[in-house]
Design a protein. Structure first.
Length: 270
């Protein structure tokens, strides 16, 4: 359980006034021994580094990395939920890929995604987002809005109409700097049967449906403004396996998504 908590939960993001908490405090939040917490972080760091090495060895990724439109001095921010907050997420992989394969001063990556976040919660965090003044924003939100209870026939946590409104407001107000680029990332595919069978999801009456995930992708496209980019993981070529809960992407799926995002950003080779 500790490994999963450490992988997906970042207390300092959920508690912004606790930004300076150290690893001992983080371990205490999880009720863990500091040494066990440090070991879990180290193991995840090693998995991420290995995944980045494998990505960097792919000719298509190397070519896309050379064409990536991130120039020196650019500030790149990701807002989202657990798929992005994950220590092994597509955004974390991209961050380390640039650090190792395109080192030097210049591009700054910042991940402010919070596991469990809805578009409503992200909207409430607008002042903190605006203070960061990013040049590029990746937004992967909406999957938690579509959580249903009780069961797949129950009500959504956030209605589709409210999700659309929240995303429009985020797009309008999250970035104060003129000319900032906005990149939408749709939810990853899910396995409804595995979600339903999971003791802490379906067993607690929680449900996600593939129809809602596809509906969220459509909402993102409607919220996109001229010049925005919409990236759909369903278009990625590569494996997209899930963890045993049927909801969260496996590391292999995160690597597939990272490569897909990079290749879409880079555009076709000339």
């Amino acid at each position: 359980m500790l490994d999963k908590l450490v992988r997906f939960e970042r207390p300092e993001r959920s508690l912004p006034y606790a930004w300076a908490m150290d690893d001992a405090a983080r371990a205490a939040v999880f009720g863990a021994d500091p040494a066990d917490y440090a070991a879990a972080v180290h193991a995840l760091d090693a998995q991420r580094a290995d995944a980045v090495r494998r990505l960097a060895a792919l000719p298509s990724v190397r070519a896309a990395l050379d064409r990536a439109p991130f120039s020196s001095g650019r500030r790149i921010m990701a807002i989202g939920e657990s798929t992005t907050a994950d220590r092994l997420s597509w955004f974390e992989l991209l961050t380390e890929l640039f650090a190792t394969e395109r080192p030097g001063p210049g591009v700054q990556f910042e991940n402010v995604a919070i596991s469990g976040s809805t578009t409503t919660q992200a909207l409430a965090n607008l002042p903190a987002l605006r203070r960061r003044q990013p040049d590029v924003v990746f937004c992967m939100l909406g999957a938690n809005d579509a959580r249903r209870f009780p069961g797949s026939g129950g009500d959504r946590l956030v209605s589709a109409e409210e999700t659309a409104r929240n995303l429009r407001l985020l797009r309008r107000d999250a970035v104060g700097a003129p000319g900032a680029r906005w990149i939408w990332v749709a939810p990853t595919p899910i396995d409804e049967r595995r979600v339903a069978a999971h003791p802490y999801l379906g067993g607690a009456g929680l449900a996600w449906t593939d129809a809602d995930m596809r509906g969220t992708a459509a909402i993102l496209r409607e919220a996109a403004e001229p010049g925005d980019l919409v990236i759909d993981p369903a278009d990625a070529s590569g494996p997209m396996p899930l963890l045993d809960d049927g909801l969260h992407p496996h590391l292999d799926a995160q690597a597939t998504l990272a490569a897909h995002v990079l290749e879409v950003l880079a555009g076709p080779a000339r």
